[in-house]
Design a protein. Structure first.
Length: 564
């Protein structure tokens, strides 16, 4: 028995490390550092928000305190949902687990138990980390004025609020994690492993979009919660974080809780029970299906690319070395789910921002009627193109398999061809996104004049954004070793907070001006061409300086022999 428990413990540690160790995030295998960083990222926001709220009490109104409590419930929901999405395929057993561990003297039930225990430990770590400080600090700073016998006193109910806060945020996190586990389990059981890998990026992007929209709606309607929850709930019933706000208020105030609390708390209990039940049912089934496919193998015919697509690529990418790297990029992204996750997160964030800008919620009478904003629709093109190109640039920066990087050296491929292939691959993807946006705006009712402006501006943005993001790319995509400390967080914050908003407003203004005067489109095209040519000439200077690819320690496997 001790030996069996020891083997199970080793398996649990192995599966737990695999959540953090992978070929794109962790190059040196330092799991402890990754765990500490991940915990810090999810723990600090709750502590800082609760700390800064102390100045709002005891003057904070009842609905103001409900808004504060909803933030922590929503934060727990979003964090656990994002963690589950980011580790989407690692939540389930993969082919590598079975191919390596199945030949060993391990029972399938033992492997399943170890994987489930590691999964619970992984999710529990983030659940506790993102909620611990908020559960202790917010009740400590929450105080209210209460009149007792004609005297104004400050009321503090620390322990009861700790209980209510902890129950609400932990239930919200558990529901979010089990919901995405259940969703993945159902898809894996229904679609199979091959189709599951095809559908996963789409589901991940849509899930990130939903989580980001929830956060944006809180920022937009946080001060209007009394109006949204005091009337017949209507669409608010479909907001899962509000269910657990009902749990919070029901446990904190009891019979004196707001009217929405009782109904929402029922949804919370039922929803959590259903999500947990579906997870417990589908997870073993998904495990058995993945195990069978890993042992039997997945036989699938490789479809040939369509002739028109092959002809298009051949006409755009003419040099053989450049064409080889071009196909290498596409195949790498298609087969590696880590890169798909990064692209899904960037694409989902951009889609959420675009929806938030394009859709408004005017109040007509006693109800809210969603409507499209003309000015907001002008922001869709720059937002989506920015986030798609930024996501591809981020994905290219993560190494795939540095041990195999030598193949690019011995084939004599030119560095300029590698960077040009990456540039063209991103430009084609961005152009496809721009054309899709134009089609969507056509169905939204835009006229030909507006669509022409959007098409021209979109193509210009594709060229300029690709040139800007990939100007300093001097390596083969997915084959550049990560250098700790090279990424500047203040610089990234400046880009996404300080530069992006003025850029979006500038593009909106430019598009509206060109809709009034189509002649300015020619001027925009000339300016874009001039900037593109100038940047290309500058890039040639960098490529001449670095004619050969730089190696790194361990690129070539050596025997370690020496002579005296």
């Amino acid at each position: 028995m001790p030996k069996k428990n020891n083997v199970t413990s080793v398996l649990i540690v192995h599966f737990f490390r695999r959540f953090f160790d992978n070929d794109t995030i962790q190059v040196d295998g330092d799991t402890l550092t990754t765990v500490v960083r991940a915990i810090s990222v999810v723990a600090i926001p709750g502590l800082m928000v609760a700390f800064f709220l102390q100045n709002q009490y005891p003057r904070r109104s009842l609905w103001g305190s409900i808004e504060d409590q909803y933030f922590f419930v929503l934060f727990s929901f979003i964090v656990m949902g994002a963690v589950s999405i980011f580790e989407w395929e690692m939540l389930f057993p993969d082919r590598q687990d079975f191919l390596i561990l199945s030949p060993l003297s391990l029972k399938p039930k033992q492997m399943l138990t170890a994987k489930a225990a590691a999964l619970i430990a992984f999710l529990g770590l983030f659940l506790v980390s993102c909620n611990l400080f908020g559960t202790l600090v917010l009740p400590a700073v929450t105080r209210h004025f209460v009149t007792v016998n004609g005297h104004l006193t400050v009321q503090v109910d620390f322990y009861r609020q700790v209980y209510a806060h902890g129950a609400a945020v932990f239930m919200a996190g558990i529901f979010a994690a089990t919901f995405f586990l259940a969703l993945g389990g159902v898809l894996l059981c229904v679609l199979g492993a091959a189709r599951f890998r095809m559908v996963s990026p789409i589901m991940q992007m849509l899930s990130i979009t939903a989580l980001a929209l929830m956060l944006m709606q809180y920022a937009q309607f946080g001060d209007s919660m009394q109006a949204l929850l005091s009337k017949p709930l209507g669409a608010m019933r479909w907001m899962p974080p509000l269910w657990f706000l009902g749990i919070y208020e029901q446990l904190l105030h009891g019979d004196a809780a707001p009217a929405f609390a009782r109904e929402m708390s029922r949804f919370a209990i039922r929803g959590t029970a259903i999500a947990v039940a579906v997870t417990l049912l589908t997870y073993p089934l998904a495990w058995a299906r993945m195990r069978r496919m890993a042992i039997e193998g997945i036989s699938s015919k490789r479809r040939k690319p369509s002739r028109w697509l092959a002809a298009l690529i051949h006409s755009i990418v003419r040099r053989p070395g450049e064409r080889a790297v071009f196909h290498f990029i596409g195949q790498t992204i298609a087969r590696n789910n880590r890169y798909q996750i990064y692209l899904a997160m960037y694409g989902g964030t951009g889609l959420a921002l675009a929806i938030a800008c394009a859709v408004t919620y005017p109040v007509i009478g006693d109800s809210i009627h969603p409507a499209l904003s003309n000015k907001g629709l002008h922001a869709v093109m720059p937002l989506l193109l920015f986030w798609v190109i930024a996501g591809l640039r981020t994905a290219f920066a993560f190494p795939l398999n540095l041990a195999a990087r030598w193949v690019f050296r011995i084939t004599g491929v030119n560095l300029g061809e590698c960077t040009a292939a990456a540039h063209r691959w991103v430009l084609l993807c961005a152009t496809g996104v721009a054309m899709f946006i134009v089609v969507a705006l056509h169905f939204a009712g835009w006229d030909t004049r507006q669509l022409l402006v959007q098409a021209v501006c979109g193509l210009c943005l594709c060229i300029l954004l690709t040139d800007g993001f990939f100007f300093f790319l001097q390596s083969v995509p997915f084959n550049q070793p990560r250098m700790p400390g090279r990424t500047s967080f203040p610089l990234m914050l400046t880009l996404y907070v300080g530069v992006l908003p003025p850029f979006i407003f500038g593009v909106i203004y430019t598009e509206m001006q060109m809709e009034r005067n189509l002649g300015k489109l020619l001027l925009l095209t000339i300016i874009t061409a001039a900037i593109h040519v100038a940047l290309q000439n500058l890039r040639k200077g960098y490529e001449e300086i670095e004619e050969e690819m730089e190696g790194y320690d361990g690129e070539f496997q050596l025997l370690g022999l020496s002579w005296r």
